[in-house]
Write a protein that binds this ligand. Structure first.
Ligand SMILES: [Zn+2]
Ligand SMILES: [Zn+2]
Length: 194
């Protein structure tokens, strides 16, 4: 009966070289076997912790994107209003389109008071930064010009929008896609008209 030839190999836990007495033996002695077992356990624990961290991060990201989508949609809506009203002066005061300061997309109903119409383009119009930032929209000046611009009916409708609306991610994704496209077309048209 031929004994299987076992070749000398290096212990996985220490520098010793040894001849295994059974197949698949990777440690030279019980102590080293224990060391290896501990290392494996630690590796498994580390792997489990990493998976746990990844799960937590995924859960956080599932929350984060809505705010991010909303901010992106708001930026598109505000920009759309500025580009649409490029030739107009401020909606809240007499500063003309030729005014050299900063122009904003200004909400008639504020984002905080009327979440339902925060992305509604009837509700956002070009305004000078002085009215928008320093006079909180200058609503006293805003309303009469808005009635002139879009009509009393739409202004009254905007004023009735007091329900709290939390736009979902799917809605926001669609809004960004559709309005982003409309914005790019509007910008192109404006650029061609000079
Ligand atoms: Zn060893
Ligand atoms: Zn103004």
């Amino acid at each position: 009966m031929l004994q299987p030839v076992r070749r000398e190999k290096k212990c996985r836990a220490c520098p010793t070289r040894f001849i295994p007495s059974r197949p698949l033996q990777v440690a030279c002695c019980p102590d080293c076997a224990q060391t290896l077992a501990r290392r494996n356990r630690e590796k498994a624990e580390k792997r489990a912790a990493t998976i746990e961290r990844q799960k937590t991060r995924a859960a956080l990201e599932a929350l984060k994107p809505r705010a991010k989508w909303l901010a992106e949609c708001q930026a598109i809506a505000n920009r759309y209003a500025r580009v649409r009203d490029a030739k107009d002066g401020c909606i809240s005061c007499d500063r003309p389109a030729s005014w050299q300061g900063q122009w904003h997309g200004s909400h008639f109903r504020s984002v905080g008071a009327a979440s339902a119409v925060r992305l509604n383009l009837w509700n956002i119009h070009k305004a000078c930064s002085i009215c928008n930032h320093h006079l909180s929209g200058n609503i006293a000046g805003y309303k009469p010009r808005l009635i002139q611009k879009i009509g009393l009916e739409k202004v009254e409708w905007l004023e009735s929008q007091n329900q709290v609306v939390r736009h979902g991610i799917e809605y926001l994704k669609r809004y960004k896609r559709v309005m982003g496209k409309r914005l790019r077309m509007l910008e192109k048209r404006n650029a061609m008209q000079g």
